[in-house]
Write a protein of this length. Structure first.
Length: 414
RNA sequence: GGAGAGGUGACCGAGUGGUUGAAGGUACCGGUCUUGAAAACCGGCAAGGUGUAAAAGCCUUCGAGGGUUCGAAUCCCUCCCUCUCCGCCA
């Protein structure tokens, strides 16, 4: 959530940012609720002071009946006001949670088509066999049995393709260790507070992309970002420890409920895939620099493997609530002759951190909310698509990208 | 899953109904001392809300939520978590 004090001082800016992001929230309504809440708060505070003063009077010895009677009267009034306050607080908080993060100046305004390409790398080849056809011919993937065991869009990876996935993971993991990230495995199930605090499930709606465990306060994570954000919840971190850089490996579980009409063939959009995620907790003044750094690492990975791509600066309407700015890397698909989403890298500024109460203790003793950032190092299912599409041979074999060979026992061809 | 113990400030740790927002220690900040540092000593130091030019002031917070009471960190109930032992198990 945003800082209510910031919203009070910049109502137009917040309203405009919400509009640019496609969120229909009324800031004037929010501020009205804020006033009501504060008014009730001061009424309650006054009554509590009366109660405390009254109680203090009879601290010493035998209380007088008149004081006790007065105390009882205050108690009744207070209970009534407190109920009003509780309701007002809830109404206010519910609306505050619906306000999305503001965006940076250099974020293009508009929808998906307004995102701006800021870089291209590699050769745009054309004319390759679709990854699914290619993989099925090699008996590398089995969606039919995945459907039998779990349902549509679940799958088995088999043999060399499963080994290739492992090789890509190991390669990326090694790279991130060199960059100073701390490798982590994380809980794959998280509670509601962590999920909503990260900004994922719209708390009011049931159209969540997350699988929830019935009868438990637990949901399957759609990305390790969720578990990693919650890692430092309610903590105060010393300034000189930041930035903290983590690399989390986990499966990502997604219902993909609203995915109809989107590109879904094969491994591109599935209910479960492995992903190695970069995550950073930073000082506010560091986050933009770290954001660029995360993007640079992503580029380094795809360049090393040899996958053509471009980088886009995502337009406001596609950012989602928590992000102030987002870079996507899209790989070049020689099958479709177009770019497709591969990784994503967001600066969420203090939005998630405020939800989960993650702060930094400055050298001068003051407290401030930290900034959080996340970026995909490799999402495995899509990584496999890129390699199959870009490294396939006419005889049905697959050339192993050089940097991956050490993780495949030196094999050059699969 | 069963039995017991416990959850207090950035951290450790006192505190069982009324100057306890909370002793003491550590860390941190400022100072004295020192060529410099350390040590020692002196002082400061919870968070959130409200309020203010800035303060002061006021309210809240001792795992969470209810309850008892004129008054709760302290008593009662429910839940969550941690630790120890037993059971089970990769």
């Amino acid at each position: 959530m945003l800082d209510i004090r910031y919203i009070r001082e910049n109502p137009e800016k917040v309203q405009q940012a919400a509009k640019d992001k496609g969120y229909n929230v009324s800031i004037s309504e929010l501020l009205k609720l804020d006033d009501e809440r504060r008014d009730l708060q001061s009424q309650v505070d006054d009554l509590r002071k009366k109660r405390n003063d009254n109680a203090a009077k009879m601290k010493g010895g035998k209380p007088e009946q008149s004081l006790i009677d007065e105390g009882k009267q205050i108690k009744i009034e207070l209970a009534e006001r407190e109920e009003y306050l509780t309701n007002a607080e809830k109404e206010f908080t519910d609306l505050l949670w619906q306000v999305p993060n503001i965006t940076f100046e250099d974020v293009p305004v508009g929808g998906e088509e307004d995102s701006v390409e800021i870089k291209q790398w590699g050769e745009q080849k054309t004319g390759a066999i679709d990854h699914l056809d290619f993989a099925i011919k090699r008996d590398w993937v089995d969606f039919e049995r995945g459907a039998k065991v779990a349902g549509a869009k679940f799958y088995y990876l088999k043999g060399d393709l499963a080994l290739l996935e492992n090789a890509i993971t190991q390669f990326a993991l090694t790279k991130l260790q060199e960059k100073g990230f701390t490798f982590m495995t994380v809980p794959h199930l998280v509670n509601q507070r962590t999920l909503t605090g990260t900004g994922f499930a719209p708390r009011t709606s049931e159209q969540s992309d997350e699988y929830a465990i019935e009868g438990e306060d637990l949901s399957l994570i759609g990305t390790a970002e969720i578990s990693l954000t919650g890692y430092h919840a309610d903590e105060i971190i010393d300034e000189d420890r930041l930035p903290l850089m983590y690399a989390g490996l986990s499966p990502s579980y997604r219902k993909e409920a609203g995915a109809s009409g989107k590109h879904t063939r094969g491994l591109f959009r599935v209910h479960q895939f492995s992903k190695l995620e970069m995550y950073a907790f930073t000082l506010p003044e560091q986050s933009q620099e770290v954001h660029e750094k995360l993007l640079a690492i992503e580029e380094e990975i795809w360049q090393a493997i040899g996958i053509p791509y471009h980088v886009i600066n995502i337009a406001s309407g596609d950012l989602g609530a928590p992000a102030a700015k987002k870079f996507d890397i899209e790989y070049w698909s020689p099958v479709d002759g177009t770019y497709r989403e591969l990784t994503s890298c967001s600066n969420c500024t203090d939005f998630q951190a405020r939800n989960l109460n993650i702060r930094v203790r400055r050298k001068d003793g003051s407290l401030e909310t930290v900034h959080t950032l996340n970026g995909t190092a490799v999402s495995l299912a899509r990584s496999l698509i890129t390699v199959i599409e870009n490294f396939q041979n006419e005889d049905g074999t697959l050339t192993v990208p050089e940097v991956l060979r050490p993780y495949l026992g030196g094999r050059e061809v699969l």
